[in-house]
Design a protein around this ligand. Structure first.
Ligand code: ACO
Length: 311
């Protein structure tokens, strides 16, 4: 047996905010946003939906997809930088709401790399045989820490949640390699100051175009494979130009990379989880495909996984 992903789910709010909608509130335009970021629209949650609600909807779907019941879950890990409140954690809120009575629960904070940190942490518990089913969720309501008067940041972010169940799959499938990293020295480039996200876009961009390609290639090599063996790439959906850097490094055609950034913007820790659920649900990822998941975020943090899809 090997640790792998046995179920996926996602939730995005119904409310669509287009680039043209943003033109009405800040000095920006659709053309600038599209060409600089690849984003066309994003989902913004209404006041009555918080991070735990989105996490709950995505989790319900993932649990169903894995064919387990909430009481089978041993551990809940929620990656988020926008919890409903500092404590109790979103993970504990979800434990109660799902009726996952046997599960331990905690939140993980690694910004946009959070889902990668969650999946890789879950893998350790599965590999040791201590736990059988770990629910990992990336969930964010970034709209509540977005400064809607700052055009440098408000055009980038969106709300949503994605979930995965990590459990045992057959030996030849599952997580084959991983990489995690952090550089606290770069923390100043992307942070929440007072209420809002503040970002030095150019510095984050420079870091990301170096780290994403490097980590992607590292997990391919660590799995004993070559870049020709990669069937699908799921990068953190921050900016199409950063994602393209990772795709070019792996030399794979554009249709083999998830580009949901255009519909959802940057949903931080939720982005890779949403993209994975969507790719599986659309049939872009099939059994035995080798896929690379890779993310970077505030901290600075990064993480990547090489995974042979299927149970
Ligand atoms: N509309 C129009 N103009 C804008 C906008 C906007 N929404 N935002 C910024 N500008 C202007 C700036 O004011 C600046 O103008 P100036 O030169 O007169 O001062 C100019 O555009 C900046 O242009 P560029 O330097 O060409 O912009 P760049 O190509 O660097 O793109 C961007 C900016 C998109 C922010 C890019 O730097 C980026 O994507 N960085 C990474 C951001 C990122 O991924 N953040 C998320 C990290 S993950 C996490 O943990 C949340």
């Amino acid at each position: 047996m090997n640790a792998g992903i046995t179920g996926v789910g996602k939730y995005v709010p119904e409310n669509i905010v287009t680039n043209h909608d943003l033109e009405k509130i800040v000095d920006t335009n659709d053309e600038w946003i599209r060409t600089r970021t690849g984003i066309e629209e994003r989902r913004i949650a209404s006041d009555d939906i918080d991070t735990s609600d989105m996490a709950y909807y995505a989790s319900e779907q993932a649990i169903r997809d894995a064919g387990i019941s909430p009481t089978d879950i041993d551990l809940i890990l929620i990656a988020t930088v926008t919890p409903d409140k500092p404590f109790p954690t979103v993970a504990c809120m979800l434990q109660e709401r799902l009726g996952a009575t046997k599960a331990a629960a905690m939140d993980i904070s690694a910004a946009c790399a959070g889902f990668m940190y969650g999946v890789i942490t879950a893998k350790q518990f599965i590999d040791t045989g201590v736990y059988k089913h770990v629910l990992v969720v990336g969930a964010e309501k970034l709209s509540k820490i977005t400064d809607w008067t700052d055009r440098n940041t408000c055009v980038l972010f969106g709300d949503g949640a994605g979930a995965a169940i990590i459990g045992n799959v057959s030996e030849e499938r599952g997580i084959k390699s991983f990489e995690l990293g952090a550089d606290g020295g770069g923390g100043k480039y992307l942070q929440q100051e007072e209420k809002f996200i503040q970002m030095n876009g150019r510095e984050v961009f420079k870091f990301a175009v170096r780290q994403m390609p490097e980590s992607s290639l590292n997990v391919v090599k660590q799995a004993g494979l070559n870049k020709e063996d990669v069937d699908y790439l799921i990068p953190h959906q921050a900016n199409i130009r950063i994602m393209e850097a990772a795709r070019n490094k792996l030399d794979i055609p554009v249709e083999k990379m998830n580009t949901s950034v255009k519909k959802y913007g940057n949903t931080s820790s939720a982005s890779i989880a949403i993209a994975l659920a969507e790719a599986v649900q659309n049939g872009d990822v099939k059994d035995d495909d080798f896929i690379v998941l890779v993310g970077f975020g505030g901290g600075l943090t990064w993480g990547a996984v090489g995974l042979r899809w299927g149970k």
